[in-house]
Design a protein around this ligand. Structure first.
Ligand code: IMP
Ligand code: MG
Length: 181
């Protein structure tokens, strides 16, 4: 799998060091409150699992499943919620966790949808944020790493459902993306 990478951006140790910092920041910001983490499946699974074990606060976990990519390396803008019921977040302090902020379509749609469920507050935490203009304005309150506008895989992030189990994050070789289109 590593041979399919053009280059590695962040190895496992670097990612975990950064998670220590973000977790400390989140733990401090929410120190007197109960946190409800909403993880966006499947991309945030690995990130969520490593991050939440670094937050020593009472917290609840819920997951949301959305589809926005349909197996290609570009976003279509359409966000489909795969479950009928939203998690119960009335009066809760919600922290949405996602793998990457790219066009902004996914997080904008999720945030909008969760706001209808009347939480007390909503913040957004992403592992990666691409440096680019977004199709929809979304601000992430916690960001692991800023990256260039390149297609990356690993540590939960996929290309056509593969590479999620790579322990590092790297740029996928371009010819692998074009071949499968
Ligand atoms: P957005 O709606 O364009 O912001 O895209 C968000 C979703 O697209 C993420 O949750 C990822 O699942 C996927 N995505 C965006 N960029 C990448 C990438 O570089 N690698 C893998 N998945 C990506
Ligand atoms: Mg994906």
């Amino acid at each position: 799998m590593q041979a399919d990478l053009e280059r590695i951006l962040f190895d496992e140790a670097t990612i975990l060091r950064r998670l220590d910092e973000i977790a400390a920041q989140i733990s401090n910001d929410y120190r007197d409150r109960e946190l409800t983490v909403i993880a966006v499946l499947n991309g945030s699974l690995v990130f969520m699992s490593d991050l939440m074990r670094r937050i020593p606060l009472p917290l609840r976990l819920d997951c949301l499943s959305v589809a926005s990519y349909h197996g290609r390396a570009e976003t279509t803008g359409e966000v489909i919620f795969k479950q009928v019921a939203l998690p119960d977040v009335v009066d809760r302090h919600v922290l949405i966790l996602d793998d990457i902020l790219d066009s902004g379509h996914t997080l904008a749609a999720i945030r909008e949808k969760l706001e209808t469920a009347k939480p007390r507050s909503i913040r957004v935490c992403v592992l990666l944020q691409k440096k680019k203009e977004r199709a929809r304005p979304v601000d992430a309150d916690y960001v692991g790493f800023e990256i260039e506008d390149e297609f990356v895989v690993g540590y939960g992030l996929d290309f056509m459902e593969r590479y999620r189990n790579l322990p590092c994050i790297g740029v996928l070789r371009k010819e692998l993306i074009t071949q499968s289109n």
